[in-house]
Design a protein around this ligand. Structure first.
Ligand SMILES: Nc1nc2c(ncn2[C@@H]2O[C@H](COP(=O)(O)O)[C@@H](O)[C@H]2O)c(=O)[nH]1
Ligand SMILES: [Mn+2]
Ligand SMILES: [Mn+2]
Length: 289
């Protein structure tokens, strides 16, 4: 039987993720076992099962890559905040680090700290005479106009996808507005418009921030901050096998809803110490690859 395309509407609790979590947990047991549970990381020395691809997930390295011990794997996924401000010097250093890593493929998206990758953000910043980010003001527009071209050692995704080893991987940098950084958008329709760009048939979704309820808890504020529309898009429409993200450093870890595995791979802790190890994840190769 042919199924029509699922349309996601703005959630009635979109603007208050903590309330959304409570509501959907009490009324729909949406975040409860047995389907939803924590997942132990795969030890690095576990052999990769035959016919599988090993993904190595990192995020939020924030120009602090020097001491990170990188494990064996096939494909590196970095879900944004690889710099502090998106300065070209930081991007070059990150690209050099990528160039020294042994993975066959490396896929990267931006996060809210990659200011120079967000053209609309930079246009606004210039209008405001850079008063919020003085060190960015030292840059000439030609230094950052094509900053993504400095990423020569990876595939850079922005509202786009790539097929690697038969896996269709989609990446997008957007996060709910918080303190007016790059790629920030208001909760609700603005973010849903971006998630509506994710095609069906995606195996791996890379976003900078978490969806509601999965590794999105901010303890210092006792708040859930994940995007409700992102959760609905993941669970009701796209249904990737793996959703990799970071963004909320305190949320480092792995969960599943019984179908999608959610990996918050934030390398940096909330105090920006790069001590959380990369997370590896094995997926069975698509049958046609
Ligand atoms: N209450 C919220 N806190 C947030 C949000 N996004 C980020 N954060 C906090 O900041 C750190 C670091 O994030 P970064 O983007 O500056 O690297 C993160 O771990 C949280 O503690 C948010 O939307 N709401
Ligand atoms: Mn970060
Ligand atoms: Mn961030």
């Amino acid at each position: 039987m042919a199924h029509g395309k699922v349309t996601i509407a703005v959630d009635e609790y979109s603007s208050n993720p903590t309330q959304a979590f409570t509501h959907y947990n009490i009324n729909q047991s949406r975040f409860q076992p047995p389907h939803v549970h924590m997942v132990d990381p795969i030890p690095y020395d576990n052999p990769k099962p035959a016919g599988h691809t090993r993904f190595v997930c990192v995020s939020d390295t924030h120009s602090r890559t020097d001491g990170i011990q990188m494990p064996y794997g096939d494909v590196l996924l970095h879900t944004g905040d690889f710099t502090e401000l998106g300065l070209p010097s930081e991007v070059k250093k990150f690209n050099d680090w990528l160039g020294g890593l042994p993975y066959e493929f490396k896929v990267v998206i931006a996060g809210n700290h990659e200011l120079t990758f967000d053209k609309d953000f930079m246009a606004e910043l210039v209008k405001q005479d850079y008063y919020r980010f003085p060190s960015v003001s030292k840059l000439k527009p030609e230094d950052f106009d094509n900053v993504q071209t400095l990423l020569t050692n990876c595939v850079y995704l922005k509202d786009s996808d790539v097929t690697i080893k038969g896996f269709r991987i989609y990446g997008a940098p957007w996060t709910p507005w918080f303190n007016g950084w790059g790629f920030n958008l208001p909760r609700g329709q603005s973010l849903l418009d971006k998630w509506n760009l994710v095609p069906e048939g995606i195996d791996i979704l890379m976003t900078h921030g978490p969806p509601l309820g999965f590794r999105d808890w901010v303890p210092k504020e006792l708040q859930r901050v994940g995007c409700v529309e992102l959760l609905n898009t993941v669970q009701k429409r796209v249904r990737p096998k793996l959703h990799a993200f970071g963004g909320i450093h305190e949320g480092y870890g792995i969960m599943t809803d019984g179908y999608t595995t959610f990996v918050n791979a934030s390398t940096c802790t909330v105090s920006f110490q790069p001590t959380n190890p990369p997370i590896v994840f094995d997926l069975p190769n698509p049958s046609s690859s």
